[in-house]
Design a protein around this ligand. Structure first.
Ligand code: SF4
Length: 350
């Protein structure tokens, strides 16, 4: 497939994407799952980006849009510079190979009547990844070892005979088999034991470091996002509240919602700096209905009249950070699409 000729090529891109569910003749209840969202995953520079938000924030809708499983109501999802709805058959195959997914519940992905080998052999056959049964076996075993699994402990077993952590690591291996360019990992460690989480996260980090695969890590859990990612996008009710490099967003959160998220992390060490200093307070607009402005106004203790009237734009608070909040209105206004991609070696300046 011919590649676009920009300096930094985009592999996957969402351009001003809005997704609304419902509406129409038989379902008048409309839910805006994602609103005017833009982000880019670059082809040339493997990254780990975390997309964080509570349930209902639009994370899963975003994953489905990126995988082409649902279409945007407005806006476009692009793969290698081309709208994914217009890909040819060959380009779609290329897309399906290069954009892999790891879901939250590995058990759901397996057919309980087949041994786990089946889930691994399927993509080898479908994408003709090996020329002979011997080559297929070598590929399979090497890939399992690549994610720290012993082939003799995993192959020939049924899904229920493996632990949740093993099943999820097989899914990581399955994604790795294809040598994709990006993996969309949707809550990949939320259903496995805490003791195994670190291993799966390390697997994802290795895929990025050793194989040059970009990871979009989707989670409700800020702690694991902090562990694994270099960049973080905080979503609230389908809109980006804050975006920036993970260290500065987590250590010095700007948006009141991000501060709330960080304050909700169970406190292991009361002196730990990153747990924030925000106190419990109600929004002065807690009971205001039909807020036209900031989606967080009903919960925000700092809400002002302007917040309920007009949605805040993105204010660029540092070279690599933007926050959608009037508390930062002295900073220059910036376009979201310039902030939700990794900065080039020469960062974007205001
Ligand atoms: Fe709070 Fe206003 Fe900022 Fe929204 S824009 S987060 S309501 S201060």
């Amino acid at each position: 497939m011919e590649r676009p000729k920009s300096k930094m090529e985009s592999l996957l891109k969402l351009e001003n994407v809005t997704k609304i569910f419902g509406g129409g003749l038989f379902n008048r209840h409309r839910i805006t799952a994602l609103e005017n969202f833009s982000m880019t995953i670059d082809a040339e520079r493997p990254s780990i980006t975390a997309l964080v938000g509570e349930s209902g924030s639009g994370k899963t809708t975003l994953a489905r849009l990126l995988l082409g499983l649902t279409r945007p109501t407005t806006g476009r999802v692009m793969y290698m510079g081309k709208d994914i709805t217009t890909l040819t058959r060959r380009e779609r195959k290329d897309f399906r190979r290069n954009v892999q997914v790891i879901f939250q519940d590995p058990f759901e992905v397996y057919n309980p009547f087949y041994k786990v080998d089946h889930a691994l052999n399927l993509p080898i056959r479908k994408f003709k990844l090996a020329q002979s049964p011997e080559e297929a076996r070598d590929l399979l075993e090497n890939t399992l070892r690549g994610v720290g699994l012993l082939p003799e402990d995993t192959l020939g077993r049924y899904p229920h005979q493996l632990s949740g952590g093993q099943r999820q690591r097989i899914m990581v291996a399955r994604a790795l088999l294809m040598r994709p360019k990006v993996i969309v990992a949707d809550e990949p460690v939320s259903m496995i034991d805490a003791s195994l989480r670190a291993t799966v996260l390390e697997n994802l980090r290795e895929l990025n470091r050793d194989f040059g695969i970009s990871i979009l890590y989707i989670t409700h859990d800020l702690t694991t996002a902090y562990e694994i990612s270099e960049r973080i996008i905080v979503l609230y009710k389908g809109s980006v509240a804050e975006v920036g490099d993970v260290e500065s967003v987590v250590q010095e959160p700007e948006h009141p919602y991000t501060r709330l998220l960080i304050r909700s992390i169970p406190m292991a060490d009361p002196d730990q700096k990153w747990l924030g200093s925000h106190t419990d307070q109600d929004s002065p607009f807690a009971d205001t209905l039909n807020v036209a402005g900031c989606k967080f106004a009903n919960r925000c203790p700092h809400a002002m009249t302007v917040c309920v009237e007009t949605a805040p734009p993105y204010f660029k608070t540092a070279t690599d950070r933007a926050t959608s909040c009037y508390l930062y209105e002295k900073s220059p206004v910036v376009d979201l699409k310039d902030m939700t991609r990794l900065p080039d070696k020469s960062p974007v300046t205001s």
